[in-house]
Design a protein around this ligand. Structure first.
Ligand code: CDP
Ligand code: CDP
Length: 213
């Protein structure tokens, strides 16, 4: 079973998905971190993300795994490395949307996301989880917030991240763009606390018989 949480940058997906998963006893999967890990590895290899043939050649030799540690934490391993803080580097922020627009990258990560969710109950956050990766799940949430609020949230975290540019590329790309699934519950988080957003989602899930064990 997959609960999909999609939305633009700094709408609160990671914080909400993590808390929600803990609350209802599901595993938490961060699909954006997969796109970041592939981007980080390509940059480490000196590959220009604008050259999709070079990216495809690098993907063919790339080993990319994800799974859960003994403590149930989602992890990503790319060519034997386990990047964590590196995934938030400015170079990754500035290139990840370009890399994510490449169909071969989406195919590779999409297949890993299916494998990691198989036989589990997961809360998975991203951009296209409800529209493209698990369109059949009835549990879809789309988090949003005003651009001003989102910019302020990222700035408060001290990250150098041009979220407007990422949003633009993510929403206009040809394959699996960021979009609201027609059957998604849209939540404007601009004036809600994280706990308020989690409450709104658990309220809806409770009506469907999904709740704390
Ligand atoms: O947390 P934040 O919103 O800053 O970004 P993220 O979820 O870590 O995703 C980073 C980038 O990966 C996005 O800007 C998208 O380009 C890409 N992404 C995607 O294309 N599809 C997903 N399901 C998740 C992320
Ligand atoms: O994953 P995504 O980029 O959508 O957002 P996030 O990394 O979970 O949230 C960005 C920042 O906004 C974090 O520091 C959250 O604590 C904060 N936030 C908040 O203060 N209130 C909310 N309702 C949502 C997020």
């Amino acid at each position: 079973m997959v609960i999909a949480i999609d939305g633009p940058a700094a709408s609160g997906k990671s914080s909400v998905a993590r808390r929600l998963a803990r609350k209802i006893g599901f595993d938490y999967v961060n699909s954006g971190a997969m796109y970041r890990a592939v981007t980080w590895e390509l940059l480490r290899e000196g590959i220009d993300p604008a050259r999709s043939e070079s990216v495809e050649a690098a993907l063919a030799r790339m080993s990319l795994d994800c799974g859960f540690s003994g403590e149930g934490e989602f992890f990503i391993r790319v060519n034997s490395e386990l990047p964590e803080v590196e995934l938030r580097e400015s170079s990754v922020n500035s290139q990840v949307s370009e890399v994510s627009a490449i169909p071969a990258v989406r195919r590779l990560i999409g297949s890993r996301l299916h494998a990691v969710a198989a036989g589990r109950r997961v809360v998975m956050e991203g951009r296209d989880i409800g529209t493209a990766v698990f369109p059949e799940t009835p549990h879809k949430f789309y988090l949003d917030a005003t651009p001003e609020v989102r910019r302020r949230r990222r700035a408060a975290e001290g990250h150098n991240d041009s979220i407007e540019k990422r949003d633009r590329i993510d929403s206009t790309r040809r394959h699996a763009p960021l979009a609201v699934a027609p059957d998604a519950n849209v939540i404007d988080t601009s004036h809600l606390t994280l706990e308020g957003v989690v409450e709104a989602i658990t309220g809806i899930l409770r009506h469907r018989g999904i709740g704390p064990a």
